[in-house]
Design a protein. Structure first.
Length: 162
């Protein structure tokens, strides 16, 4: 099977990705009570990032997998665990699957980051500043492709970057 899917990513697909990210966050918080106590109520944005987000914009890049990032306002106690990456299965869909994958559909990597001084009421401005300033390796990496909001829901499909 083709390594990258050229199928169009729709708003319904973004909603599915948001639901998978929510499930992943719930599972992570169940396993990590400290992270739950610090971050369960600090989520301010969820976004499709990297290559799949670029495909959402140009419809040419293709989708190898989905990278969904959950962004939190940073706790004064400690940052969100940066090395933690959850894996979910998009499930059977028009995107197909990569040969040899353990998933029935495309993989969804669920990643979280906390941002110091994030403005919960301005997710677009906060994320643009984070990407523009490039103070972390993650910010610089994400700024190389694209970022499309999934949550807050009223901003579904909003292009944050570029």
């Amino acid at each position: 099977m083709r390594k990258r899917s050229l199928s169009r990513i729709t708003r319904a697909d973004l909603c599915r990705l948001g639901e998978l990210a929510r499930i992943d966050r719930t599972l992570h918080f169940e396993r990590s009570p400290l992270t739950r106590s610090l971050y369960e109520r600090r989520l301010f944005a969820v976004a499709l990032c990297q290559g799949a987000a670029l495909h959402y914009l140009d419809k040419k890049n293709g989708v190898k997998d989905f990278d969904v990032w959950s962004f939190y306002t940073e706790s004064s106690v400690r940052p969100f665990p940066a090395r933690r990456v959850g894996s979910m299965d998009f499930g059977p869909s028009k995107f197909g699957k990569i040969s040899g994958s353990r998933f029935t559909g495309r993989g969804v990597d669920c990643i979280g980051r906390s941002i110091p001084n994030a403005k919960r009421n301005d997710p677009i401005g906060t994320l643009r500043a984070y990407l523009r300033d490039g103070r972390t390796a993650s910010a610089r990496h994400l700024a190389n492709k694209a970022v499309v909001l999934i949550e807050p829901r009223h901003l579904l499909g909003t292009v944050v970057w570029p």
